[in-house]
Design a protein around this ligand. Sequence first.
Ligand SMILES: N[C@@H](CCC(=O)N[C@@H](CS)C(=O)NCC(=O)O)C(=O)O
Length: 210
Amino acid sequence: MIRLWHVAQSRSFRVLWALEEIGAPYELIRCSFFDRSLRAPQHLARSPAGRVPALEDGATVLCESGAILAWLAETRAPHLRVAEGGEGRAAFLQGLHYAETLGAHLANLTQHHIVLREASMRSPTVMRLEAKRLENALRAVGPGWVAGHFSVADVALGYAVWVAQRFVSLPEGAAEYLAACEARPAFQRAMAKDGPPEIYLRDFYPPPEE
Ligand SMILES: N[C@@H](CCC(=O)N[C@@H](CS)C(=O)NCC(=O)O)C(=O)O
């Protein structure tokens, strides 16, 4: 049995979406950043940094979302990956890892706009710079699936674009790509199971004015 520890809107959404794409039975354990449950010894045994996602698949425990996506595709959904030597393999790897390029900007913007509550803690220069760098990085995304067919690379990238729309106006290709992700029934089922917003309470967080 698969068990997923999840916080709404976080990177564990990637895994929730992938599980819905796969259609395998799983148990969803909803957690919160605000109740210390991620710091409980039982959770730290699954995720030493006290984060989500954490996934238990029988005796296997994983706590890195990209690795979990690759693992689930490898063990249950070969149609959601491109195997070594397969057509589109390079694009698949590129897409899977490019999601982390976007993720670095998103983490920084999320810290600045949301996690740091006092204005004096934030750097308007960094916030503007990160928004610009994110916007530029998004120009490489979409409109088609990264490996020529839908794969877990699109789950990783699609989630990043879904978060990115909170911080920048999406370039055309990325906007079209996101619309295709959102049209997938599995994405919609995952959204319905995601839970009340935990991170992004606003639709848009504009960069501070100069
Ligand atoms: N690289 C990891 C990052 C995991 C991560 O940082 N998760 C965040 C939520 S998006 C978290 O659990 N933060 C809670 C904390 O840092 O205390 C992954 O993709 O799984």
